[in-house]
Design a protein around this ligand. Structure first.
Ligand code: ATP
Ligand code: MG
Length: 201
């Protein structure tokens, strides 16, 4: 992310998430940021599997990875990376960005995250390194207002995406209750959830 002039760098968006399941909120956010920031590509990075059971059981990494592939396959600007899944254990954004920066030294990185997640990130210890690795873009969604005003100068942008009150937790709850998730997630993801009987307790 230097200020030197030289050949224009590729602009690579990075969308991290549990993607359990990926839904149209994620896809609209990535598409909107790609357009506004003239990104060449957005890479979706499903998180690794937490070692210990936290407050809920996360679906197997391979299922989350495949749903992400299914959802993004038709968009030539979108790709999926296995780096966090293959590293194993819980995901730390610093590791993700360090690894992606090393793999893409021709690119400037733009880390796309929900404003809710962004206000958490700002409380972490290694924010200085984080902001040196990527420009951070917080997308706002309904019900999440960016509370933390301590944004580092120049390191963070906020983008409003068309309001999509969709969350993975709501999708999981709907499947568990037998309610439809058609049109909340891509068709192929609905079919994958049914095929693998995900979220059915
Ligand atoms: P959960 O309900 O389990 O927390 P989620 O819907 O927030 O899941 P994640 O995989 O945790 O999905 O989200 C990945 C990233 O996408 C996060 O930065 C999150 O803030 C953002 N995000 C999630 N839903 C939306 C949405 N509807 N619009 C914009 N951004 C979203
Ligand atoms: Mg979330």
């Amino acid at each position: 992310m230097g200020e030197q002039t030289g050949p224009a760098k590729r602009r690579l968006g990075v969308m991290g998430g549990t993607f359990d399941p990926i839904h149209h909120g994620h896809l609209v956010a990535a598409s909107e940021v790609a357009a506004r920031f003239h990104l060449d590509e957005v890479v979706f990075v499903p998180t690794g599997q937490p070692w210990q059971k936290s407050h809920r059981e996360v679906s197997p990494a391979e299922d989350r990875y495949l749903m992400t592939v299914i959802a993004t396959a038709s968009n030539p600007q979108f790709s999926v990376s296995r780096i966090d899944i293959d590293r194993g254990g819980p995901t730390y954004t610093t590791d993700t960005l360090r690894e992606l920066a090393a793999l893409n030294d021709d690119s400037d990185l733009f880390f796309i995250t929900g404003a809710d997640a962004l206000s958490q990130i700002l409380t972490w210890r290694d924010t200085e390194e984080l902001f040196s690795l990527a420009h951070f873009i917080g997308v706002t969604r309904p019900g999440h207002i960016l509370a933390n005003p301590g944004l580092p100068e120049g390191g963070v942008s906020l983008v409003e995406v068309p309001a999509l009150a969709i969350s993975s937790s709501d999708c999981r709850a709907r499947v568990a209750q037998g309610d439809p998730v058609w049109y909340l997630v891509p068709d192929g993801v609905v079919r994958y959830i049914n095929k693998r009987k995900l979220y059915r307790h």
